[in-house]
Design a protein around this ligand. Structure first.
Ligand code: CO
Ligand code: CO
Ligand code: CO
Length: 320
């Protein structure tokens, strides 16, 4: 929708809205740039404290996806005036604790009365100009690395309808609460070509954005994409959030599905994520270094899921 508004340009605006990147980057000095992003949404889990931790991890993720260090955060809160305040305190406490883990200072915020609660953060980070990792630098031959399994949209939707067992839900919550800090440090130490985090547009939606912005295509192998335990079974039962179905529909012109792929496969790969992992394009000769760095930063789930290919910009081939 931003494309329908006048273009914002400035010589110091190093990353703006053009390629739908994770955050804006603005150069203050030759050695310092501001990084800004905002994210908030309604509760996706019943526990208010854990909703707070997940919302904060999710808001911080765009900062990590740019290769930046988080500095200041502002709470964004919508809350029904007639709901007990104790739930809101728990949400904010969750956000505060996750921010503290990240070294982010929450220094204020704004609350409005609303029928449905919503919570998130505007986050400001810092980086050295030139060290930003955009979503537009992927090159033909790069390998695609994903640092967290997918399925949080499907699992939390099942959770809202009490259609999921405790263990499956717990796995998704733990994944969403995990900061992308270690993955971000690993990619910075390695030197990679492009990065974005996997959130509302799903794995293929964000990969499409990266490929389009980079002027390349991509290839993904379903068999290599890590799924949260329980995701596949729930997808087979036809459970998926509306956002996932919208993603799948809007991907139609851009994705070449192998004819053997099932409907569940398409739904899972389009599943709208909250606080998903980093999706990184790395030169093949740097891949082992990246994986060693991931291990060194206690990121256990990073795997290669495909590669960047020469194709019409933004086109993705999905193989079994
Ligand atoms: Co993002
Ligand atoms: Co975002
Ligand atoms: Co380090």
């Amino acid at each position: 929708m931003l494309s329908q508004l006048p273009k914002v340009t400035d010589p110091n605006l190093l990353v703006g809205t053009e390629t739908g990147d994770d955050a804006a980057v603005y150069r203050l000095r030759d050695d310092l740039a501001l990084v800004q992003t905002v994210d908030f949404f309604p509760p996706i889990v019943d526990d208010p404290y854990r909703f707070g931790t997940i919302a904060a991890a999710n808001a911080l993720s765009d900062i990590y996806a740019m290769g930046a260090t988080p500095l200041l955060g502002l709470n964004i809160v919508a809350y029904p005036i007639d709901l007990p305040k104790e739930f809101l305190v728990k949400i904010l406490q969750g956000g505060y604790d996750k921010a503290a883990e990240a070294g982010l200072l929450i220094v204020g915020g704004h609350t409005i009365d609303d029928k449905e609660p919503k919570y998130g953060l505007a986050v400001t980070g810092l980086l050295r100009p030139g060290e930003q990792v955009t979503n537009a630098g992927a090159q033909e031959g790069d390998l695609l690395v994903l640092t967290k399994p997918i399925g949080t949209g499907i699992i939390t939707t099942a959770g809202k309808n009490d259609e999921v067992d405790e263990q499956v839900l717990a796995g998704a919550l733990e994944s969403m609460e995990t900061l992308n800090r270690g993955a971000s440090a690993a990619m910075l130490h390695t030197g990679v070509h492009a990065c974005t985090d996997v959130t509302g547009f799903g794995l293929l939606g964000h990969l499409h954005g990266m490929a389009l912005g980079s002027g390349v295509g991509a290839e993904v192998r379903l068999s290599q994409v890590p799924l949260l335990p329980g995701t596949w079974e729930l997808a087979q039962r036809g459970i998926a959030p509306d956002g996932t179905r919208r993603n799948l529909k809007s991907l139609i012109p851009h994705v070449r599905w192998d004819p053997s792929l099932s409907e569940e496969a398409k739904v899972v790969l389009s599943d709208a994520q909250t606080s998903g992992g980093l999706l990184i394009a790395v030169a093949p000769e740097r891949e082992q270094h990246l994986m060693d760095q991931m291990t060194g930063h206690a990121v256990s789930g990073a795997v290669v899921i495909g590669r960047i290919i020469k194709e019409t910009p933004g086109v993705i081939h999905v193989l079994p």
